[in-house]
Design a protein around this ligand. Structure first.
Ligand code: HH2
Length: 298
């Protein structure tokens, strides 16, 4: 089978050796691919900006994502879309996030909730309001206190690879690599070391190579093709290809029509060892991954 071929090629005997992910909601079993539905509470996100700023619309969308089969929700209130001159201030981020988080936690108490933020203050408030996981797209580079905040509440922590600041990390400004996979892997290892110094238990960590972040389109394909190198670091791996521009290298579709390409990228990543998939269209990814899982591709 293809996965045996991959294992043989990479010399990695067990690409998925991690059985569960420890979060403030207990251990999430990783015995099948998990879908994280994206809930952007932003005016400016690249694919769905402005659609769920209203808490009632956000809550309805959360319900729709879960009905489609999302296993967890990732709520973000600061877009990394290029072109913003300034980061979103913490007060504004929290003003957007608080009513939605409160409503989602109240309505879906059994669902693991992740909050996408690079700020320790926002993370502290979010975990206090019932979030279970922090998703840091800066991989602990933006705020030295974030790890300690997560450690203090036993939260799960997603460490995503990027370079630069929130205003330019989704550009090609820092996309200069000699060996993109080796460098992403080394920089993620530095993020793990920072998390451990901050007191975060290794069982709480998930790594994400940051598709579309500080990477030219072709870099993302290389990272996906050689994802076992990131999996070999020994942590569960998340990928977030959803609707991103790099997909147009293979299939030239506008952002609204990139869900099939997203599902294909998720399946490919699953075959290379990823276990968590951050997507806008939870239903499509869920189905594609369920078939790949049933075949035994992972
Ligand atoms: N991508 C985005 C935001 N957060 N988190 C993780 N772990 N992995 C990702 O690939 C990732 C992420 C960007 O996507 P989106 O939230 O749709 O856009 P925007 O930043 O414009 O809100």
């Amino acid at each position: 089978m293809r996965i045996d071929h991959i294992k043989e090629k990479s010399g990695i005997s067990s690409p998925r050796s991690v059985a569960g992910w420890k979060t403030a909601r207990g251990i999430i079993p990783l015995d099948r691919p998990l879908v994280a539905g994206i809930l952007n509470v932003t005016p400016d996100s690249f694919s769905d900006g402005g659609r769920y700023l209203d808490p009632a619309a956000a809550l309805a969308h959360a319900g729709a994502l879960l009905a489609q089969g999302a296993d967890l929700l990732d709520i973000g209130a600061e877009s990394t879309r290029p072109g913003r001159p300034q980061p979103v201030p913490e007060e504004e981020e929290w003003r957007r996030l608080a009513p939605v988080l409160e409503a989602v936690v109240g309505e879906f108490p059994d669902t693991p909730i992740s909050v996408d933020t690079v700020k320790s203050g926002t993370a502290r408030r979010a975990l206090g309001a019932g979030a279970h996981i922090i998703n840091d797209v800066s991989g602990l580079r933006a705020d030295g206190q974030l790890a300690a905040v997560c450690a203090g509440s036993g939260a799960g922590l997603i460490l995503m690879h990027s370079r630069g600041s929130v205003t330019d990390m989704a550009t090609y400004e820092h996309a200069i690599y000699h060996d993109v996979v080796a460098e992403v892997s080394a920089e993620l290892s530095q993020a793990v070391a920072a998390a451990r110094r901050g007191g975060v238990a290794p069982e709480c960590l998930v790594l994400d190579p940051g598709l579309g972040f500080s990477k030219e389109p072709a870099h993302n394909y290389t990272v996906l093709n050689r994802l076992e190198k990131i999996v070999a670091l020994g942590f569960p791996v998340m990928v977030g290809p959803s609707r991103k521009r790099f997909l147009t290298l293979a299939t030239d579709r506008p952002v609204a029509d990139r869900d099939p390409a997203t599902a294909a990228a998720c399946v490919a990543a699953y075959c290379r060892g990823a276990m968590l998939f951050r997507v806008h269209n939870a239903g499509l990814a869920r189905e594609a991954l369920a078939v790949a899982h049933a075949i035994g591709m992972g």
